[in-house]
Design a protein around this ligand. Sequence first.
Ligand code: UD1
Ligand code: CA
Length: 500
Amino acid sequence: MEEPALSGKEIARKLNRIGPGAQRGGELNQLDLAILLAAGEGKRMKSSRAKVLHEIAGRSLIAHVIKTVEPLATKELRVVVGANKEDVIQHLNQISPSAKTIYQEVRGGTGHAVKLALAGYNSSGTVLICAGDTPLLTSATLRELLKDHGSTGASATVLTTHMPDPSGYGRVLREANGDLAEIVEEKDATEIQKQTSEINSGVYIFAATDLIAALGKIGKNNAQQEEYLTDVIGILKSEGKKVSAFETPDFTEILGINDRSQLSQAGFIMNARICDALMQSGVTITDPMSTWIDITSEIDIDVTIEPGSAIKGNTKIGSAAVIGPRTTLINCEVGAQARVFESHCESSKIGESAQVGPYTHLRSGTVLAEQVRVGSFVEIKNSTIGVGSKVPHLSYVGDASIGTQTNIGAATVIVNYDGVEKHQTVIGDHVRIGSDSMLVAPVSIGDGAYTAAGSVITEDVPAGALGIGRARQSNILGWVLKRRKGSKSAEAAAKKEGSK
Ligand code: UD1
Ligand code: CA
């Protein structure tokens, strides 16, 4: 298959709206350390799984955040873990092996978590802090935040936005001249303070030395009896350091996930972004609202995706293929110009110009060569089908290898399982398997051979032979008239006799 027009990396780049040239020399464009806070229990998810391990668009929440932070050339990544820490650490080892995890045993607040994360860190430099549950944040916004932080020379820069519904968030208080004054948590805010809609996103950039010094001064004198990271802002300010707020217009980037409704909303927004990036790159998506595409998939130009389809995992689709309606592809590779509709396919390869569906189930290990046709109510697993061969109707093909230009008659079953073990079936080129054949594995059918319809084939059929495995038919003449006297059938038969 040719290189897709839009690889997963490029989708990510488009979504993050950053071009390869986005990083210019001279500007502050690199972080020394990124800290992700992910110790929270995520109680409102009502889940046995850690909140940050829940997924949208085929990736865990924390993996989305890590992919967003990575392009900022972070030298070091530290993740504060707590609830379900074994699972989170195991996942981090897979997606970001160089990340360092810090265990926060008791949830002492965001300030406490950052203190733990910074233990042993004594370099100066630039530190990004964000939460592990904000998957919609983009690298482009982080880059703008970092640029702003560099240009103002502030000790701390807070990413803020105006939320249509700010309830639950910390409010950003500004001075008369517009400068950042402090951040007040909702639980500690006065009625007047609560009226401001500008909120703290929970994303910050700090000068490390100033952050470490200020963290030493925070207390727990607040409604939640927790050490608030947000208190650092007021402390720095009171010490005459410059603190700054950088406002982003797109509040959806800030949305955090606390429950399954928000998980679904974030999934919807992410999916809309993915579909939009694909459409902008030359993919037709008839109905993005009913089309779900994982960020890890790759789709070439001029592909059409019809409604009700899901493209999941590391699926790759070649140019001008038509997928759907109502088709699920999980970790599949689909060749150019192929057509797959009303079908469910997993870990399979579908060759160029092949046709699959309607109502086909391709299971793991299916490899269809170019121009193969597979039709309704056909299930295939762990089998290879050669160029131009057809399995058009009502069949099961398992553990088989089928040559080129072969036709498998309707309702053929490859009997691959004897109740104890699975066995292989080999079918050659230009074979014609008669309808309703049972091919009892292990068995092989030679090139150009035929099997008679309705056969149970238990022995090899040599090339060019006709295999017949069924009883010869015999007719008992006059049986109905004799044994079903007076029946409608007998009447009908008698009339026929009389008319002769
Ligand atoms: C925090 C901010 C608030 C901001 C909001 C944005 C503080 C005090 N408040 O509030 O101003 O508007 O985020 O979403 O920082 N965490 C830990 N360990 C802890 C506590 C929290 O790792 O001891 C992690 C959580 O897992 C989460 C993040 O830190 O990922 C934020 O914690 P959360 O409790 O959600 O803070 P908020 O009260 O929402
Ligand atoms: Ca929160």
